[in-house]
Design a protein around this ligand. Structure first.
Ligand code: SF4
Length: 307
């Protein structure tokens, strides 16, 4: 059952599948143009890619082996469950097109895999690959998820993101115009962004043809450029207390297009990599707090959305 405050990812899945569906994260061993020198060498200042690769997504392992492990974990408990292969780590559209397609098709041919989610950068979607995705989306469930991170070019430059907001808008428009579900990922609380600037992201992305939106709090990860900046210039950062962040999420959702699926609000980097903030909450515990806050404030997604 869906809640009455915001549109959950389950709603999208329910439209497509009459059974439980679980994402399985894949690290297909790609690199990233913001790390290998095409755009930059250092990568985004907050990025330590280990932080979003679950333990079973070993870099050297095949897509099939990773699916075998991931699915074994869930299928013991839920034998009827089916799966979406989530190409999550690094830039999953950044390689030779034939190699990319072979890896996607390998995932789709795995038993009980019923769709794909492909995470990538907005400046990494060549037209021929987009044509492939357009055909693919007619035969399977597919989301292309773009990391926007911010709608402010000054922030994108500061975090060495290597692309502009205009490039994000172009990629989203092109992808959605091919009939593909298109997602956006934002980080809330990047350096120098005021609360109002963060909330203005909601107004801006609400005009785009998006299906899903993922929000994450800024996390400071060991070994990153941002960790060093934080040590040297903590005043650049606003690391939210949990209740403050929950109110920010509710404010953001109020301004967000009511058609969008609000897929998640937080990410959890492994404890051994995380410097701050350490809220000690599991995803479902955080979601419960968000729902409670929506109820207390008697509000809902899109309440302040302006066409
Ligand atoms: S966050 Fe993504 S785009 Fe940025 S350096 Fe890391 S892998 Fe590359």
């Amino acid at each position: 059952m869906q809640n009455k405050y915001y549109r959950e990812f389950g709603e999208l899945l329910y439209r497509h599948f009459p059974y439980k569906v679980q994402k399985i994260s894949i690290n297909a061993g790609f690199t990233c143009p913001n790390r290998d020198g095409l755009k930059a060498v250092g990568g985004c200042t907050y990025c330590n890619n280990q932080s979003f690769s679950p333990g079973y997504s070993g870099k050297q392992r095949s897509v099939t082996d990773q699916l075998t492990d991931g699915i074994a974990f869930f299928s013991r408990k839920y034998p009827e469950m089916k799966y979406l292969a989530y190409f999550q780590s690094y830039t999953n559209t950044y390689d030779d097109i034939d190699k990319l397609i072979a890896l996607y098709e390998e995932a789709l041919s795995y038993p009980n895999v019923v769709g794909l989610i492909i995470g990538t950068r907005p400046d990494c979607m060549p037209d021929d690959l987009l044509d492939y995705f357009s055909d693919l989306s007619k035969r399977t469930f597919l989301i292309i998820e773009y990391g926007l991170e911010s709608t402010l070019d000054s922030t994108l430059e500061f975090i060495n993101r290597g692309h502009t907001y205009a490039e994000s808008v172009e990629a989203i428009n092109k992808t959605a115009s091919k009939g593909i579900y298109t997602g956006a990922h934002l980080i809330l609380g990047l350096p120098h962004e005021s609360r109002e600037q963060v909330l203005a992201h909601a107004d801006k992305i609400s005009k785009l043809p998006l299906t899903t939106v993922k929000l994450h709090q800024l996390q400071l990860i060991k070994g990153t450029v941002m960790a060093k900046q934080y040590r040297e210039n903590p005043e650049w950062f606003n690391l939210f207390e949990v209740d403050e962040y929950i109110d920010l999420i509710v404010d953001f959702a109020e301004r967000l297009n009511p058609e969008f699926i609000l897929e998640r609000f937080v990410s959890q980097s492994p404890k051994e990599l995380l410097i701050a903030p350490d809220w000690g909450l599991k995803n479902f515990e955080f979601t419960a707090k968000v729902l409670k806050r929506f109820a207390e404030r008697e509000t809902f997604q899109g309440r302040l959305f302006k066409e």
